[in-house]
Design a binder for this molecule. Structure first.
Ligand SMILES: [Zn+2]
Ligand SMILES: [Zn+2]
Length: 388
């Protein structure tokens, strides 16, 4: 969390994500209990939808009744002008149009809360989960207790399927099913520092590196460079470069052009287990590589943009959000109004390329209300703006 000039006053989209048995529904239930007990009217202000595959008894979340449906149109038709918040449980099971609907709801100043299964049993992002992650303003990661009989890891975020039964597993036991447990700190982890430009995410990321220095733990910083060449022979030097922080500080980094470069470097430097890639959206192949090396016990700490200037998911970042163990979401401050800024505003919109490395002058931080995109196609779903 970060300090802001003003509270969050635009529609806010929260994703609760986790494996099976991670008590995602319980988090929503306690929120609903608090809301109803404090007198907020559920019927007019809050709508609860649930996909039938989310639970064998989908009608009730504790004492709160849900509208059970597998159709995006049903959600659309139920939203009234007075609807302030829409809660959608089992959201990753819905068709892809749910992402469009969620976008339209948030753009109409409404809050949306969804629960999603993060990964399927093949460790691939589940259904609409990455599409929703791309739009998320806040992500709450729910964890489970590893189902391995001897393991006490409470940070399990993988699901396995055995004879039609889904069970949660820690990253170690997902990869080595019958292996004995290992100390929790040796289980691979992925931590993400996300948010728009100028949100201070690099400063928080840098702080983790300083902690490694203080503890004497070896680590490496990777920076993306399109045209870097790797040595043909094992052990040949990698090109060194620098990450420049907005504060003016510089950090030395190893230049690589893709995830393969990172992996090659790590396999040549076996003593390094703490890995800090900057701007992970730029590294091709990063999702598959992280998913594999997490099984080998690496700890990744990456900065990135979940969505580009066009409010579409930025390469692998939304998928990595499904794989992550920890997500630190940062906001900037809108240059127009001072509200929390969740979007990247490209100044020169004639340039349509998604990858444009830039800083002040090329981009501005804006809140969703003040964000614009030239030639944006009309939203498929339309809602009357919710009045404050
Ligand atoms: Zn385990
Ligand atoms: Zn604004």
């Amino acid at each position: 969390m970060s300090l802001n000039a003003k509270p969050f006053v635009q529609g806010k989209f929260t994703v609760i994500s986790g494996p099976v048995q991670s008590e995602k529904t319980e988090k929503i239930e306690s929120f609903l209990d608090a809301v109803v007990d404090s007198g907020y009217k559920q019927d007019s202000n809050i709508l609860i939808f649930r996909h039938p595959m989310d639970d064998p008894n989908p009608e009730y979340i504790g004492r709160h009744k849900a509208i059970v449906t597998h159709k995006v149109e049903d959600i659309y038709n139920n939203v009234k002008p007075s609807t302030r918040t829409a809660i959608i449980l089992g959201a990753s099971h819905f068709p892809a149009d749910l992402v469009e609907l969620t976008n339209a709801l948030v753009r109409s100043n409404r809050d949306v809360i969804t629960s999603v299964l993060n990964l399927d049993s093949e460790c691939y992002p589940h259904g609409t989960a990455p599409g929703l992650m791309a739009l998320a303003d806040e992500v709450i990661l729910a964890k489970a207790i590893c189902s391995h009989p001897l393991c006490t890891n409470e940070e399990a975020n993988r699901s396995s399927s055995e004879q039609g039964k889904f069970l949660p597993l820690c990253t170690h036991h997902y990869h080595y099913h019958n292996a004995p447990p290992i100390p929790n700190q040796d289980v691979g982890t992925l931590e993400l520092f996300l948010g728009p430009m100028f949100s201070g995410k690099s400063t928080a990321w840098r702080r983790e590196q300083i902690k490694m220095q203080r503890k004497g733990v070896p680590y490496v910083v990777f920076k993306w460079k399109e045209d870097v060449r790797y040595g043909e022979k094992e052990g040949k030097e990698f090109e060194e470069g620098q990450v420049t922080l907005h504060s003016g500080g510089k950090i030395s980094a190893i230049m690589v052009k893709d995830a393969f470069g990172m992996e090659t470097y790590l396999h040549q430097h076996k003593e390094i287990r703490e890995v800090f890639p900057d701007e992970i959206q730029f590294f091709p192949g990063v999702f598959g590589m992280f998913a594999r090396l997490l099984g080998e016990g690496y700890h990744f700490h990456g900065t990135g943009l979940p969505r580009g200037y066009n409010r579409q998911g930025f390469n692998d970042v939304p998928k990595l959000m499904c794989l992550a163990d920890k997500i630190n979401m940062h906001y900037a401050i809108c240059v127009k109004c001072g509200d929390p800024a969740t979007e990247n505003q490209r100044i020169n919109q004639a340039d349509k390329s998604l990858v444009k490395v830039g800083g002040a002058g090329d981009y501005e931080a804006r809140c969703l209300k003040d964000w614009t995109l030239d030639g944006e196609p009309e939203l498929k779903y339309k809602f009357e703006k919710f009045g404050w």
